[in-house]
Design a protein around this ligand. Structure first.
Ligand code: G6P
Length: 617
């Protein structure tokens, strides 16, 4: 994780870098720092632990001027969040600075070797080793041109490290010049007029330019204000294309909302619509997912599906498993990406593997995709972030078209992922046994979703009252069956992530196999129990909780008033066909965790210890 941004141009670098870091904070926010080359060829280094505001304050006290610089916002891996461990890191000479996103796995060996040679380290980070290593290669180089010298130093150093990196490097000897390289961590080159940028994500530079080059693994890039050059780290040619960034800076702003999370929850009528727009085929009562790149024959031959993801994406996958099996009767399995990549699961030629990721950069999901591809399988992506590594390296797939999701807790990406998986289920189902009437009904229900989501959102205030009433509870249980087993897991994850309340999600009938021991007057149980095929079973489980004095919060279908008598709190969702109900039921759970978080005074958009895009193992 971590976010990096570099600037080389004619403007003052510090405000551009700070603004870019603000947009990258979702990648980590333990500390931040900036290195700027001033007019007298000295590096001005400023770094501070804690939030970006601490760095801003430091820059007010002690400004750093210059028009070439690099910067970093950190999610700690090696070494606690502190001023010393904040990036940028300097080499032994103090004339070279590096920012790094990734993990240097052999840093200990390298550090010991460099220490024996007389290098002195001031941090506990793996990244500082990279600065010393590149600096050492630079200082011992015989290349006379200083730019070539820095490039050759980076080329000599990087093959010595194992692990992952996205880096930006500057040297005090070389005004108006940056070097970047990547392996396993994202890096984007932004092309301006008389200025160029390097960043972990286009979101950091979208206010300055819409022209970007998504660098590939093992690319090395040199930037001056007016030029750039991309080659492979080993000197081989690299091919690249300039893309146009497809979102506006306003999309990445909170607007009238107090938090990104709330804005993104309220965007769901639109984002769900965007997920199915142009993909519904009325005359075939089916869906079209052109990006899959599979012929009808290939689709028909699929006899097993594996859905892979992490966190919220894995919960969307689980909802997808139930949806695809019910609509298409194709055996579907969910694999946590971090397990899949090392488990060596058997796949055969008719197995279709999907990796699901909002960011398209989650390292475990990326590795799972590459593992599937290494075995010769076609791996498709369900991704939100256009141009992300998974989007580029997958063998096809579907975009979510949700727009940027900035709040660390995933919300609109979940409902869009489930929507796309429902389209997949419909498409495959209609190639098999699913009737025209059923297909038409799915299309109708999909089209009705945005209006129904609007109705759920109207209950935000009611849900806030529930959060006020229960906001000091020590733990919560989330219970659902069938399609809502996944919803329960997602509801519990949201609550843990942003409210820091211990919460666990379960298949409701499992209650009596152990979880019921946790039921008490202090521990509310949230039941996701629309009026569906397992409703009566859920009522029995709710009764079991009530009998043990556990407070109950039920999410059920509008018109089902009997729960008013049974549950302590009731939240309603509009009637919806069973296989699409996780999309609606997730929304009150998102609002519940949001209001709990606000009431408990937590940092909703930047919960402690988390980062939105997990690009380290
Ligand atoms: C992190 C985030 C989660 C997210 C997960 C997968 O853990 O905090 O909100 O669900 O990564 O992210 P992805 O970008 O792959 O969907």
């Amino acid at each position: 994780m971590c976010g990096i941004i570099g600037y080389v141009g004619k403007a003052s670098a510090a405000p551009i870098l700070i603004e870019g870091l603000r947009r990258l904070e979702y990648r980590g926010y333990d500390s931040s720092g900036i290195a700027i080359l001033n007019g007298s060829n000295t590096i001005e280094l400023r770094k501070r632990s804690g939030r970006l505001d601490n760095l801003k304050d430091l820059l007010l006290e002690n400004p750093a001027t210059g028009s070439c610089g690099i910067s970093h916002t950190r999610w700690a891996t090696h070494g606690e969040p502190s001023d010393e461990n904040a990036h940028p890191h300097s080499d032994q000479s103090g004339r070279l600075a590096v920012v790094h996103n990734g993990v240097i796995e052999n840093y200990k060996i390298l550090k010991d070797r460099l220490t024996e040679e007389g290098h002195e380290f001031v941090s506990q980070t793996d990244s500082e080793v990279l600065a010393h290593l590149i600096g050492k290669c630079y200082d011992s180089s015989t290349v006379s041109d200083s730019k070539d010298r820095l490039v050759s130093a980076v080329r000599e150093a990087l093959p010595q490290v194992s692990g992952t990196y996205g880096i930006a490097v500057l040297h005090a000897d070389i005004p108006e010049f940056l070097v970047g390289a990547r392996l396993g961590s994202p890096l984007v080159l932004g092309l301006g007029r008389g200025e160029n940028f390097l960043a972990s994500d286009v979101g950091a530079i979208v206010t300055h330019t819409k022209d970007a080059v998504y660098l590939q693994d093992r690319d090395l890039v040199c930037l001056t204000p007016d030029d750039f050059n991309i080659e492979k780290i080993d000197g081989a040619d690299s091919t690249y294309e300039v893309s146009t960034v497809d979102y506006t800076p306003e999309q990445a702003e909170k607007g009238e909302y107090p938090h990104f999370m709330l804005k993104e929850i309220f965007e769901q009528p639109t984002s769900i619509g965007n997920a199915f727009r142009g993909r519904l085929v009325d005359d075939q009562a089916s869906a079209i997912l052109g990006g899959l790149g599979l012929t009808p024959r290939e689709l028909r031959d699929i006899d097993r599906i594996v859905l892979c993801g992490c966190g919220t994406a894995s919960h969307a996958a689980m909802a997808g498993e139930y949806i695809i099996e019910s609509l298409a009767r194709i055996p579907t399995e969910v694999e946590i990406a971090s397990e899949f990549r090392y488990r060596n699961p058997p796949l055969d030629k008719n197995t279709l593997v999907f990796v699901i990721s909002q960011s398209g950069e989650t390292i475990d999901t990326l590795a799972a995709m590459r593992e599937g591809q290494r075995k010769g399988h076609r791996v498709l992506g369900i991704v939100n972030s256009v141009g992300s590594t998974i989007a580029r390296e997958s063998d096809g797939g579907s975009y979510l078209h949700s727009g940027p999701e900035i709040g660390v807790a995933a919300t609109k990406s979940f409902t869009s992922q489930v929507t796309v998986l429902a389209l997949l289920g419909l498409l495959l189902g209609r190639m098999k046994h699913l009737s025209v009437e059923y297909g038409q009904n799915v299309l109708k229900e999909l089209r009705e979703l945005p209006a129904k989501v609007e109705q759920v959102l109207l209950q935000s205030e009611r849900i806030r009252q529930i959060a006020i009433k229960y906001n000091d509870v020590p733990a919560m249980l989330f219970l659902g069956r069938q399609f809502h087993y996944a919803t329960a897991l997602e509801g519990a994850l949201k609550m843990k992530e942003i409210s820091y309340i211990f919460a666990s999600g379960h298949a409701a009938a499992e209650l009596k196999h152990g979880i019921i021991a946790l039921v008490s007057e202090e521990v509310p149980s949230v039941f996701i129990m629309p009026k569906d095929s397992v409703y009566e079973k859920n009522v029995s489980t709710l009764e079991e909780v009530k009998a043990r004095k556990g407070p109950t919060i039920a999410i059920t279908t509008e018109g089902n008033t009997e729960l008013e008598e049974l549950a302590d709190e009731v939240i309603y969702i509009p009637p919806v066909m069973e296989c699409l109900s996780p999309i609606l039921a997730a929304i009150p759970l998102q609002l519940l965790s949001y209001h709990f978080s606000v009431e408990r005074g937590c940092d909703v958009d930047k919960p402690r210890n988390l980062a939105k895009s997990v690009t380290v193992e």
